[in-house]
Design a protein around this ligand. Structure first.
Ligand code: TYD
Length: 135
């Protein structure tokens, strides 16, 4: 349901650069939307939803945070603390983000425009959706 992707880092001594292209091994979908989360208040937890169809690549480009991914059987916690790591979520997966550092900038590349119809906002609804949908 998700995959950790390690990006190639260009340049080591005079500054680093990471380049991402859509429809590649790094970003296996067409990018229709980009958003970023920053200035998260201390102690705040965000997310608390899953998506039905949306694919996302989540990258912490500055600072760090944690992401909890729950497929109803396993709960994985990933520490995002490097801009060279992406979490690619390609199937409905419950997520919560927390432990944001003050400088954290969380960048998200998404396969669809913003659409609240695609959201599963309630954990029970998510469990029901997984039971009913052929995902
Ligand atoms: P929200 O989904 O609550 O963020 P998170 O999942 O990190 O808790 O989004 C916060 C606000 O931003 C909400 O009013 C909806 C709006 N929003 C958009 O307008 N477009 C988007 O692409 C996203 C992700 C959110």
């Amino acid at each position: 349901m998700y995959q950790i992707i390690n990006f190639k880092v260009h340049g080591e001594h005079d500054g680093r650069l990471i380049a991402l292209e859509e429809m590649s091994a790094d970003v296996p979908f067409e990018i229709k939307r980009i958003y970023y989360i920053y200035d998260v208040r201390d102690g705040l937890r965000r997310g608390f939803h899953a998506h039905k169809k949306l694919k996302q690549l989540i990258i912490c480009v500055r600072g760090s945070c944690k992401i909890l991914l729950d497929d109803t059987k396993n709960r994985d916690v990933i520490e995002l603390n490097s801009p060279s790591i992406g979490v690619y979520i390609y199937q409905p997966l419950w997520r919560e983000m927390y432990d944001f550092t003050n400088d954290c900038v969380l960048l998200v590349l998404a396969s669809e425009h913003y659409n609240t119809e695609d959201y599963l906002f309630d954990y029970k609804e998510y469990v029901r959706y997984l039971g009913a949908a052929d995902v």
